[in-house]
Design a protein around this ligand. Structure first.
Ligand SMILES: [Zn+2]
Length: 282
């Protein structure tokens, strides 16, 4: 099936021009990221499915790929490790993944944990543990851009395979504390569905409705609307907005929230309600 993104995303610069970030659409809705040190040309691939076309697009970049960084172990994230191994190309690369990952990572050369740092060329990122989608999930945090796998999405958040909800809530709140201009490179283009749900539960949010209009227009053209920014997500992503009176009221109406105003409880209700799909077909 064709990818939901049909317009090839343009690379952008981050970290005061020291890092070039390429977005490669893969499979149906995966977004594979290549982060490249501008000065040295060295680059890392962050996650990816076993997609030959994707690999050809990465090979066509003017980049010296030296590593694969995995955020977690789902097949559409470590599939690229498997594909590179099949081609005899993995052994020459560094493979970084979480110490807390619950499955073997093909080609693993370095297991990292919260607080560790990783390097691409001359540019450094911090490793944050961001549990919730999967135990051991990690996010690579550069100065003004993050690679957060399936934790925070544009307008949404990852499904809680492992949970518990409190873990994902804590991960998201930590990411939400990054500077508002921080760009969010997540691993899927799910924005349209995420915003449909957001608008269903918080239609009075003007910033959200403006974003819906913008994203609807750009997605209709086949554009990728990722990366978003932390500031945009704080204003419009219901999973970062447990203090919104409108969202709390919607959760009470849905019968998913009783007296509690606790942010983790609101988050849990917002996540559970999305799983029920109330916004589909409206
Ligand atoms: Zn996943």
């Amino acid at each position: 099936m064709a990818h939901v993104v049909t317009v090839l995303p343009q690379p952008f610069l981050a970290c005061d021009g020291a890092l070039r970030v390429h977005c490669i659409p893969a499979d149906q809705d995966n977004l594979v990221w290549v982060a490249q040190c501008v000065e040295t040309g060295e680059a890392v691939i962050v996650d990816g499915p076993p997609d030959e076309q994707m690999l050809a697009a990465i090979d066509a970049l003017d980049a010296n790929i030296t590593a694969v960084w995995n955020t977690h172990t789902h097949p559409d994230h470590i599939g690229i490790n498997v594909l590179l191994a099949q081609k005899g190309r993995l052994a020459s690369l560094a493979v970084v993944a979480s110490k807390g990952a619950n499955l073997a990572i093909p080609g693993l050369t370095r297991a990292v944990d919260d607080g560790d740092t990783v390097q691409v060329g001359n540019v450094t990122a911090k490793v944050w543990r961001t549990d919730g989608h999967q135990n051991g999930h990690i996010t690579y945090v550069f100065d003004d851009v993050i690679f957060c796998g399936d934790t925070l999405f544009a307008g949404g958040c990852g499904f809680l395979f492992d949970g518990p909800p409190e873990a994902m809530h804590n991960s998201l709140m930590r990411l939400a504390g990054l500077p508002p201009e921080t760009r969010i490179c997540c691993a899927h283009e799910y924005t349209t569905d995420n915003l449909a749900y957001a608008a269903f539960i918080e239609p009075g949010n003007e910033a959200l409705m403006a974003r819906v209009a913008d994203v609807t227009e750009r997605r209709a053209l086949g554009e990728c609307v990722v990366p978003s920014t932390i500031g945009m997500e704080q204003a419009t992503n219901p999973f970062l907005r447990p203090g919104s009176p409108e969202i709390m009221a919607a959760m009470r109406t849905a019968g998913l929230l009783t007296e509690s105003n606790q942010p983790a409880d609101v988050f849990t209700a917002v996540r559970n309600y999305k799983n029920m799909g109330p916004h589909k077909g409206v």
